[in-house]
Design a protein around this ligand. Structure first.
Ligand SMILES: NC(=O)c1ccc[n+]([C@@H]2O[C@H](COP(=O)([O-])OP(=O)(O)OC[C@H]3O[C@@H](n4cnc5c(N)ncnc54)[C@H](O)[C@@H]3O)[C@@H](O)[C@H]2O)c1
Ligand SMILES: O=c1ccn([C@@H]2O[C@H](COP(=O)(O)OP(=O)(O)O[C@H]3O[C@H](CO)[C@H](O)[C@H](O)[C@H]3O)[C@@H](O)[C@H]2O)c(=O)[nH]1
Length: 312
């Protein structure tokens, strides 16, 4: 297929673009390089530097895989307008261009942040969406728009709600500036770029007092996009959670990073970070049942080892 990958110069988009090229698809990456890197676009894909807000004529593409977004929770609270303009406004421009060019299929990067504080664990797709920050709200708004476009215009849409994405695929790795995620920040200490890591909150109602997250390996996550592409049904908007189904505490992540890197990684206990939820763990039963997806890298050690190998 001829595929457009928005945000394909970013962490997750570049891994999916790589797998799509490997599967024999003709891939074009559209990215404005606001947080991405031109050298992350895989060899074998074409690159167009530009914004989803002005996607141009998309005639000839069979489908769009849409990763382009701003995705920092803290920034979204400080500058909500950026999130509405880029994540919602940009996506609406992209959907209009798709419609005008006869492109009827989209796979969209949604997030666990759409759920807000969960009522129960594991979180299912049928649970209420009550985002507690503008980033999550912008993703809920896009999910709503996709449902409407499916119903009114026959769009075939799949939203994948990622939990905590980690790991690397070959050399394709996480490179955010600033970096807010836990694992890459732990590596910065191990590489001597920082003296210590701040551990945000040790008084959560969890077994060791630190937050619990569901880490999914980026290679497994990427594979789900290829399955989703084939599962698209005109007139339907399908929604799937993507996680391992197992929670690991921040303290466990720190311990495994110490083992894998061989560095003591000093920790400084810090207050809770605004907007953090104690426990986020996905039920991925639906995508396992409907699309036959199954994560292969389920241990924290394998996820962290792959990420560490790629940054060294
Ligand atoms: N990393 C995670 O754990 C995680 C979790 C849940 C959801 N997501 C979602 O997955 C997607 C990819 O996340 P990531 O971690 O790879 O982020 P990233 O910042 O590495 O990648 C996003 C890419 O989109 C590009 N971009 C942003 N706005 C654009 C625009 N208007 N036009 C064109 N390109 C634009 C950026 O330059 C960047 O290359 C995002 O939609 C994010 O919300 C990520
Ligand atoms: O230096 C750090 C960085 C993070 N943490 C903690 O580590 C845990 C994980 O934090 P990350 O920033 O790595 O990931 P989040 O769970 O906050 O974010 C993920 O889940 C969000 C939904 O809540 C969004 O979907 C987001 O894109 C996705 O990366 C949190 O308890 C956080 O407080 C620290 O203690 N110190």
């Amino acid at each position: 297929m001829k595929l457009l990958v928005t945000g394909g110069a970013g962490y997750i988009g570049s891994v999916v673009a790589t797998q799509l090229v490997e599967a024999g698809h003709a891939v074009t990456v559209l990215d404005d390089l606001s947080t991405g890197h031109a050298d992350a676009v895989p060899a074998g894909a074409s690159f167009v530097e530009g914004s989803i807000a002005e996607p141009g004529d998309l005639t000839g593409f069979h489908a769009v895989l849409h990763f382009a977004a701003r995705s920092l929770v803290g920034e979204s609270v400080a500058h909500p307008g950026r999130y509405w303009a880029n994540n919602l406004g940009g996506t609406l421009a992209l959907l209009d261009a798709m419609r005008g060019s006869g492109v009827g299929r989209i796979v969209f990067s949604s997030t666990a942040a759409v759920y807000g504080e969960p009522e129960h664990i594991p979180i299912r797709e049928t649970d209420p969406t009550r985002p507690d920050n503008p980033y999550g709200a912008s993703k809920v708004a896009v999910d709503t728009a996709l449902s409407t476009f499916a119903e009114l215009y026959g769009l075939a849409a799949v939203s994948l709600r990622y939990f905590n994405v980690a790991g690397a695929y070959g050399a394709a790795r996480e490179r955010h500036h600033p970096e807010t995620h836990l694992i890459p920040n732990l590596f910065k200490v191990a590489q001597g770029e920082r003296d210590s890591i701040s551990l945000f909150g040790t008084d959560y109602p969890t077994p060791d007092g630190t937050c619990v997250r569901d880490y999914v390996h980026v290679a497994d996550l990427a594979r789900a996009h290829l399955l989703a592409l084939d599962a698209c049904i005109p007139g339907r908007h399908l929604i799937y959670n993507l996680g391992n189904g197992t929670g690991f505490s921040n303290q466990e992540v720190i311990d495994v990073c110490r083992e894998v890197t061989g560095h003591p990684i000093p920790v400084v206990t810090a207050p809770r970070r605004d907007g953090d939820t104690a426990v986020l763990v996905a039920s991925s039963e639906k995508i396992q049942r409907d699309l036959g997806w199954k994560p292969e890298h389920t241990t924290l050690r394998s996820i962290i080892t792959d990420a560490w190998t790629a940054v060294r």
